[in-house]
Design a protein around this ligand. Structure first.
Ligand code: SF4
Length: 402
C-alpha cells in the first residue's frame, strides 16, 4: 500500500527592508540590497541541503516573509521557489504566499511574473489608512500606495490577498481605527490580520514611548472587540485571535504554527519544527551566508521535543484558534487528563470567556482578550495535575485514571 507523505510548510525569510519601521522587532536590515545576490545563493544552498532529509514529506504551504520579500527582483523570488519545487515534493495545490509592502508592489507586470512563477497568495502590509499615523511609526508608504498595490495585484491575477493592519498606534483614536478597517475592507481582501501594536524593547518606539500618546489597554480592547464585530458581521470568519478570513481563505501556512504541524524555515532568524527537532538559525546575515555557502551552517538553538511533551504548548496554541482545544486530542495524543482543564474553562464560561464545542472548548472574543490570564490558569491546573500523578506514581499508586 502506498504510504502518504507528511505535510510540510516552508518558510523563507527575506531580511531586507528599504528602511526600518520604528516598532519593528523582526530581523531585517535596511539598505543592505548589495548583499541580495549572495543571499539568494546561500538560501538555495541551504534549501538543497535540508531537502535531502525530507523524503517522507510533501510541501503543502510555502511562505516568503520578511523583511520585505518584494525588494528582491521577481527573478530571484521565482528562482528560490523553483529550487524548493525541484528539491522537495510539492503538493499540486500548495498555498504559496508572498508578503509585500505597498511601496514595492505596484508594478502589475512584475506581480504577474510572480503569479505565473507559482505564488498564489499575497499578504500586503497595509497597517493603517491614515498617512499621518503611518508616518508616525516610520512606515514609508501611504494609503494611496495601498490602493495602487491592490489594483496591481488583482490585475496580475492574485485571487487571494490578505491585508495586515495594526491598531493601537500612537495617537490613533477608535474612530481612526474604524476608518482604517472600513477603507481596507472596501478593497475586498479575502483575509485580514489585525494586530495590536506591541512596543518591543530595543526598538526606537520603545525609547520614545514616554513622548507618545499610546492608546491605553481599555482603548486597545475596545478597538479589538469592535474589529471582531465589524469583520464577523461582514462575513469574515474569526478563525484565530488576530486573523479573519472569507470562508475557505484561512491561511493554511499560519494554521500550521497554531496546530503544531511541521515546517522548515530558511534564512537568519528562521525557526523550524521538523521531525522531533526544533531549531533556529542565528539572526546574523553574514554568518548565515558564509555557513550555508560552505555547507557548515550551524543552528542557534536546537532541542528534541517529542510529541508527547508538547501538551502545554497545545493548550496555548489550540486556544488561539476558533476550533479550540480538543478533549480527545489532549487525552489520546498527550495522554493527560482533561478534567482539571475543564474545571477552569467552566469558570471562564460563567464570565462569558469560554464556551464548549462538540470536541472540547474554545474561547470567545472576550476570552481572546484575556487569553494570557486564562492560559496561565490552565497551565497551573495542568501542572498541579502532573505533580499529583508523579507523586502517586512515586508512591506506587498506579490507580490514577486517565
Ligand atoms: S517593513 Fe516590516 S520587516 Fe521591514 S522594518 Fe517595517 S515592520 Fe520591519
Amino acid at each position: 500500500m502506498k504510504q502518504s507523505k507528511t505535510p510540510l510548510g516552508i518558510y523563507v525569510h527575506i531580511p531586507f527592508c528599504r528602511s526600518k519601521c520604528l516598532y519593528c522587532d523582526f530581523y531585517s536590515l535596511p539598505q543592505a540590497e548589495d548583499r541580495i545576490k549572495r543571499y539568494v545563493k546561500a538560501l538555495c544552498a541551504n534549501i538543497s541541503q535540508i531537502a535531502q532529509y525530507t523524503g517522507g514529506y510533501q510541501v503543502d504551504t510555502v511562505y516568503f516573509g520578511g523583511g520585505t520579500p518584494t525588494l528582491l527582483s521577481e527573478r530571484y523570488l521565482t528562482d528560490i521557489l523553483e529550487r524548493i519545487a525541484q528539491r522537495f515534493h510539492m503538493g499540486r495545490d500548495a498555498e504559496i504566499t508572498i508578503e509585500a509592502n505597498p511601496e514595492s508592489a505596484q508594478n502589475w507586470r512584475a506581480l504577474r511574473r510572480l503569479r505565473r512563477g507559482g505564488f498564489n497568495r499575497l499578504s500586503l502590509g497595509v497597517q493603517a489608512a491614515d498617512d499621518a499615523l503611518l508616518r508616525a511609526v516610520g512606515r514609508i508608504h501611504t494609503f494611496a500606495d495601498v490602493e495602487r498595490s491592490v489594483e496591481a495585484l488583482r490585475r496580475a491575477g492574485f485571487r487571494n490577498f490578505s491585508a495586515d493592519l495594526i491598531y493601537g498606534l500612537p495617537g490613533q483614536s477608535q474612530a481612526a481605527w474604524m476608518d482604517s478597517l472600513e477603507r481596507t475592507l472596501a478593497l475586498g481582501p479575502e483575509h485580514l490580520s489585525c494586530y495590536g501594536l506591541k512596543v518591543e524593547e530595543g526598538t526606537p518606539l520603545h525609547r520614545r514611548q514616554k513622548e507618545l500618546s499610546l492608546p491605553d489597554d481599555d482603548t486597545q480592547a475596545d478597538m479589538y472587540l469592535s474589529a471582531v464585530q465589524m469583520l464577523t458581521s461582514g462575513g469574515y470568519e474569526h478563525y484565530e485571535i488576530s486573523n479573519f478570513a472569507r470562508p475557505g481563505f484561512a491561511s493554511r501556512h499560519n494554521l500550521k504554527y497554531w496546530t503544531l504541524q511541521e515546517y522548515a524555515g530558511f534564512g537568519p532568524g528562521a525557526h523550524s519544527d521538523l521531525g522531533e527537532m526544533r531549531y533556529a538559525y542565528a539572526r546574523d546575515l553574514e554568518g548565515y551566508m558564509a555557513g550555508a555557502l560552505a555547507g557548515t551552517l550551524e543552528t542557534d538553538q536546537a532541542e528534541r521535543l517529542p510529541e508527547r511533551e508538547r501538551d502545554t504548548e497545545y493548550i496555548m496554541l489550540s486556544l488561539r484558534t476558533s476550533a479550540g482545544i480538543s478533549k480527545a486530542v489532549f487525552e489520546h495524543r498527550y495522554r493527560r487528563r482533561f478534567a482539571p482543564l475543564e474545571a477552569v474553562l467552566r469558570r471562564y464560561e460563567q464570565l462569558g470567556c469560554a464556551q464548549p464545542t462538540e470536541e472540547g472548548w474554545r474561547l470567545t472574543a472576550k476570552g481572546f482578550l484575556l487569553s494570557n490570564t486564562i492560559i496561565t490558569d490552565l497551565w497551573e491546573a495542568h501542572g498541579q495535575e502532573k505533580l499529583r500523578r508523579e507523586a502517586a506514581a512515586a508512591s506506587g499508586d498506579f490507580r490514577v485514571e486517565l
